[in-house]
Design a protein around this ligand. Structure first.
Ligand code: MLT
Ligand code: ZN
Length: 469
């Protein structure tokens, strides 16, 4: 039997896309930077079908790339470039949209890998609870992809990243075996935690099909402010001052004049607080009763505040959030950026922001830099526009600076294919060897998302001049 026939048997003919035009939209990522050919696109409906697809691909020695909402930013969910005869099968999780009833006792729910974040959040809220992770791509991002990449987003300071929400997973292994830990035990110390290992494994170890997820108490009242400060150092100080006064800080985001001006242009508005600050902090406070008066009083006491807008209605809050959340789209509207997603110790964030322009200008004099990010985690999204085609010089300049400051080359977007060559800037050789052993244990033939996270063995030392850990 051909692989195509085996796939049809596994999921039904209508869910095996072979036509070139039908496959095309699954072969290029959201940014438009990463693209490669697929052999087929398959849409399994549940764990058993995923297992059959994987077993068929393993028999045929054909690679599998797992794809959810295709909102990833590091090229991890689309095929790599290469000749069509080596093209992988793309496995879509989007038909796996089951959501169980919320358990009020355990505050957990089971979600299919293809459930969108917005659907999960709506489901949790309808049950009087909430989901702890939120991010701008909520309408498309799937929870399977978010667990697979250990997504972060705007509420990490309150509830942690995606891995922290995982109480258990169901997954299909490359040979068609299934592992299922959906009982949601609050305590379970029976050896290695495979669920948490699969979180952040970016589809390289197994295919996540169902997730047992923790929910959090709903916080109905929120206050939001956009605050102008002199620069990044003052933004960091302001966050500490606000956290000391307000127990309910639920988000703290960092923007700069260039990014805010770009977003304002795209949405057809004037940039707020224009000309007032060198950096801006968008802060959100959750709590009951309405925390807006507490926020106003706290801001009065903070010497770092140059000026501020405090939202007084839900519409105003949404407008302030749009200024932050629409950065990605605004940047992409003026060009395809080289996207880097880094973190450093919070005490070194200001130094990173100050040194980045020169570091990039040295290798890319015409580049335009747009920075924004998640302040509490010192997670900076570095977008380099007008870099040369592959963006390698800018990437090396930024990642080597980050590494020299003791930071991470991927704070929340993952390694994907985009950063695999630079993994050793953030991980020691011993760690990479252990990772390779884990990969070999799950996927001995190297068929699951090949080239994602772990660089090909011979591409390891691509940046010889950099100091590595
Ligand atoms: C965000 O924080 O908005 C996302 O990580 C997207 C991005 O970095 O462009
Ligand atoms: Zn982010």
């Amino acid at each position: 039997m051909t692989l195509e026939a085996a796939l049809r048997t596994a999921v039904g003919s209508e869910h095996v896309l072979l036509d070139r035009d039908l496959r095309a939209s699954y072969e290029t990522d959201w940014t438009g930077r990463f693209t490669g050919p697929s052999r087929a696109v398959v849409r399994p409906a549940g764990t058993a079908q995923v297992a059959r697809v994987l077993a068929a691909c393993a028999d045929a020695r054909v690679a599998v790339v797992v794809q959810g909402g295709r909102t990833g930013l590091v090229g991890g969910s689309v095929p790599p470039p290469g000749p069509p005869e080596n093209a992988p099968v793309v496995l879509l999780t989007t038909r796996m949209t089951e959501l169980t009833d919320v358990s009020q006792v355990t505050r957990q729910v089971t979600a299919g890998a293809g459930v969108t974040l917005a659907a999960l959040t709506g489901h949790a809220r309808a049950a009087g609870l909430d989901f702890g992770v939120d991010l701008a791509a909520r309408d498309s991002a799937t929870v399977g992809g978010m667990v697979a990449t250990n997504a972060g987003g705007i509420r990490v300071l309150r509830h942690g990243s995606m891995r922290d929400q995982v109480a258990g997973v169901e997954a299909a292994l490359v040979d068609g075996r299934i592992i299922s830990r959906l009982d949601g035990l609050a305590k379970d110390n029976t050896g290695y935690d495979i669920s948490h290992l699969l979180a952040g494994s970016e589809g390289t170890l197994a295919v996540l099909t169902r997730l047992r997820l923790r929910l959090v108490p709903a916080e109905r009242e929120r206050a939001v402010a956009l605050i102008a400060v002199r620069g990044t150092a003052e933004a960091v100080e302001l966050l500490a001052a606000l956290r000391a006064q307000l127990p309910g800080v639920s988000a703290a985001e960092l923007c700069f004049p260039a990014g805010l001006a770009l977003v304002a242009k795209v949405i057809g508005a004037r940039a707020p607080l224009e000309g007032t600050g060198g950096a801006y902090v968008l802060v959100e406070i959750a709590g009951e009763p309405d925390p807006v008066d507490d926020l106003l009083a706290a801001l009065e006491r903070c010497e770092q505040v140059l000026d501020a807008i405090v939202a007084s209605s839900a519409a105003d809050r949404a407008q302030l959030w749009a200024l932050r959340e629409r950065h990605t789209e605004a940047i992409n509207s003026v060009g395809v950026p080289v996207k880097l997603d880094v973190s450093v110790p919070l005490a070194r964030l200001a130094e990173l922001v100050d040194r980045l322009p020169d570091a990039v200008a040295t290798v890319e004099p015409a580049a335009r830099l747009v920075l924004f990010g998640h302040l509490a985690e010192a997670n900076l999204h570095v977008n380099v526009l007008r870099a040369d085609d592959d963006g390698e010089a800018a990437t090396v300049a930024v990642l080597s600076l980050v590494s020299s400051l003791g930071g991470s080359i991927s704070s929340e977007h993952g390694i994907g294919r985009a950063k695999a060559r630079w993994l050793d800037l953030s991980r020691s050789q011993a760690e990479i060897e252990v990772m390779r052993s884990i990969k070999a244990a799950f996927d001995p033939l190297g068929l699951l998302n090949p080239g994602v996270i772990l660089p090909a063995e011979d591409a390891g030392a691509s940046v010889q001049t950099l100091s590595r850990r």
